[in-house]
Design a protein around this ligand. Structure first.
Ligand SMILES: [Fe+2]
Length: 259
C-alpha cells in the first residue's frame, strides 16, 4: 500500500505571507505535484497545523485546494488549529465520542489510528485521560492487525530545545497506553518542521518538513531565529507486509541535470 504524508501547511488568509513565504502557493504546488506524480497512492494524510491561526478563511482555502487533489485525504489538527473552526468547514471530519478529532481507518496494510493531541490555546500538546481511554480501546480492538499511529506532536523530545519546550506534555501517560502493544509498526507525526526519522521504544518513526517554513536545526538553543527557509517536502510511504519505506520528495527544489 502506498500513501502520502504531508504536514504543517499553516495556511493563512489567501494572499498574505507567513515568514515571508506564501503558504497557499506552496501547498498548492504540493497538491499539484502529488496529482502529477503520485496519483496511484491510496490516501493523503496531513498531520496538523492546517491553518496558522485557526482562522476560517484558511480552512476555506484548504477546502478549496483539497478539491483539486485526485486522492482521498484525511486531516489531523495541530496546535495552530482551532478545532471548532476546522469542524465548521470540514463537516465530515471524524470525531470521537468526546469531540476530539480522532478516528480509525482500516486499510489493506493495517489500521491507521489518527490522534488529536491539541490543547486549545497552548503550543504544547496533551493526550488527556479521555483520549487515552479512546486509544486503549482502539489498540485493544486492533490487536490482530498491524497498527500505524498518526499524531501532530511527537511523544518524545527531538533534542531541539525550541521544539522540546512545546512537545507533548504528558509523555508518560501516552507511553503507558501503548506499552505492550507490539503491533505498532510506525509512528508518523508533524509539528517539528524538520525531516527526522529513527525509532522510539522500538517503534520506527518519521516526520517531514512543513510545506511552508522550517525550524532551524539548533540543538544548543542558541540560534538567533527559530525559522528558516529549507525545501518543503512530502513523504511517499510504501507499506509492505514486512517492511516500510518512506521517501521524501522536495517538490519545489528539484530539476533534471544535463547528461
Ligand atoms: Fe507547525
Amino acid at each position: 500500500m502506498k500513501f502520502i504524508h504531508v504536514t504543517d501547511p499553516h495556511l493563512i488568509t489567501p494572499g498574505e505571507l507567513l515568514h515571508s513565504l506564501d503558504p497557499q502557493k506552496r501547498f498548492s504546488a504540493c497538491i499539484q505535484s502529488i496529482n502529477e506524480r503520485e496519483a496511484d497512492a491510496e490516501i493523503v494524510v496531513i498531520t496538523g497545523d492546517l491553518a496558522d491561526r485557526g482562522q476560517l478563511s484558511a480552512y476555506r482555502a484548504l477546502h478549496r485546494e483539497l478539491k483539486r487533489l485526485v486522492l482521498p485525504y484525511h486531516l489531523l489538527i495541530g496546535n495552530h488549529d482551532n478545532r471548532a473552526n476546522f469542524l465548521s468547514i470540514f463537516h465530515d471530519a471524524w470525531v470521537d465520542d468526546y469531540g476530539f478529532v480522532q478516528g480509525i481507518l482500516p486499510t489493506a496494510a493495517g489500521r491507521f489510528l489518527f490522534l488529536d493531541t491539541v490543547q486549545p490555546g497552548q503550543s504544547a500538546g496533551i493526550y488527556c485521560s479521555k483520549r487515552c481511554q479512546w486509544l486503549e480501546r482502539a489498540l485493544s480492538d486492533s490487536a490482530r492487525e498491524q497498527v500505524f499511529l498518526f499524531m501532530h506532536h511527537p511523544p518524545f523530545d527531538v533534542n531541539i530545545p525550541f521544539l522540546d519546550r512545546i512537545g507533548l506534555e504528558n509523555k508518560q501517560d501516552f507511553i503507558d497506553v501503548i506499552a505492550g502493544h507490539n503491533n505498532i509498526r510506525h509512528l508518523f507525526f508533524g509539528h517539528v518542521h524538520r525531516p527526522i526519522s529513527g525509532s522510539w521504544r522500538g517503534i520506527p518513526f518519521s516526520t517531514l518538513t512543513s510545506t511552508n517554513h522550517q525550524v532551524v536545526l539548533d540543538m544548543k538553543g542558541t540560534a538567533p531565529v527559530n525559522y528558516w527557509n529549507e525545501a518543503p517536502t512530502y513523504g511517499v510511504v510504501l507499506l509492505h507486509p514486512h517492511h516500510t519505506i518512506v521517501h521524501t520528495f522536495p517538490y519545489l527544489d528539484n530539476e533534471p541535470l544535463p547528461v
